[in-house]
Write a protein that binds this ligand. Sequence first.
Ligand code: G6Q
Length: 549
Amino acid sequence: MAKSGRKASFTDLGKHRKRLETQPMRLQFAEDPNRFERFSARAGDLLLDYSKNRIDEEAMAALFDLARAAGLEERRTQMCEGEHINLTENRAVMHMALRYQGDRPVPVDGKDVMPDVRAVLAAIKTYTDAIRSGEIRSHTGEQFTDVVNIGIGGSDLGPAMVTLALEPYTRPDLRAHYVSNVDGAHIHDTLKRLNPGTTLFIVASKTFTTDETMTNAGSARKWLAESLGEEAVPSHFAAVSTNIPACAAFGIQEDRIFGFWDWVGGRYSVWSAIGLPIALAVGYDHFSAFLSGADAMDQHFLSAPLEKNLPVIMGLLGVWYRNVWGFSTHAVLPYDQRLSRFAAYLQQQDMESNGKSVTLSGKPVAWSTGPIVWGEPGTNGQHAFYQLIHQGTDVVPADFLVAARPHESMPPHHAKLVANVLAQSEALMLGKTEEEVVAELKAQGLDKKAIKSLAPHKIFPGNRPSNTLFYPQLTPEMLGSLVALYEHKVFTQGVIWNVNSYDQWGVELGKQLAKALLSKVEGTSGAEDHDSSTRGLLAYFHANKGGPA
Ligand code: G6Q
């Protein structure tokens, strides 16, 4: 689809917007008792209710046309067939192979990758079973009680989010910790509670060169060696990387190095050996269930008609709001405390993938791309930022996520949680009209003058869009499906925006400058070549780094 084609489609979609501006959702629901049936879809047990959006059948049809015209189906096939759709890094994008449960070969660059994928999974199983059972012990002969994963970005966010989400499947005697920040406070505060004799470190880095990770790994190694001696290092370290020689050079035993491949992008790597700390925390079988849940979503994405395809529908709604309505942010609001890091995880998945401003051929894009993704679990958010979502000047399309069944039997918690999530999407959709506000204030006995001054503050505009994802329970399978759902949503949007969702050049400049600035921060070279702001900040730092005299 040519650039002009996309622009023309967005303009054409603008006509649907014009029509829908006069039909608030409140009215659409009143007129159509079947609106929920019309605008909801399922993938297995997972329900997507997208009826509370500013859409009708014509607008949705136009969005599906856009997806077809942009070549979504062809691009999906290219991804599955191992074409190098990550053009700027000349790589295939094959994270789906990591969780593939079928028996067909999956070729990448002429080679079936499934035997290698399964060999690494088998190694993860053997190793994690042995740690969990106490068969593999520490240098001091003790059973490991704590696992510290050292990684950052794609080598941290996925496993950290999943471990929290799957807390009901963890064991109290084997705790997972995640250290990512180069800020020494992170590793310091993590290690201060741990016993070197029972602590296992996983150094997780695709490249095994990332500065933050290597710095933290060095500090962890020093901490361990100071207490147990250098000879303890091989028993207390494992590594996950595509750079096997660098792991070996660090001193990690060959059978404790778990590989993956360059066709797995960092932010798509939770399914690879990067998931090792998950398997340690919840056991291999649950990790495996997480993979099969993702595969179930892959099969849905690959085979369901676009009109019934959850990731496609969610992707198109995102495009609709970003490009046609001009809404620049998207909130992810899980009513599931264990998904407390889900929005942070999706921030990377979405914003690093589609935060691009050139097309695949390197031309400036003529439309907005990735939205700002943010969110926190409900009900906490309700007592913080929901005010803006309900009554602020910006419209924030939101995804609500909630389970029908909690893991713990603690009435009335879950009923209250569910009542709240339903109330929020209803309130956003309905709003509260002036007449309703006036009637309510009258009923409270306020006089005319008081009503006049208070009413404007109590009106809710309503017509604010949201999706609700409802699932039976947050199991490993369901979590896998949810993560894969968002991956494919991001893919769908990347195709429509015609950007490379699989590179991340935007993170490079800061890294280069940090390298160049280190000697100036350490005071071994002068900062004359920097701008006055950077020089001023450095001067402040040098004047204050010693602390009070
Ligand atoms: C993700 C990015 C990035 C990456 C980190 C860590 O898609 O590539 O977040 O995961 O920079 O990289 P390493 O795993 O190589 O240490």
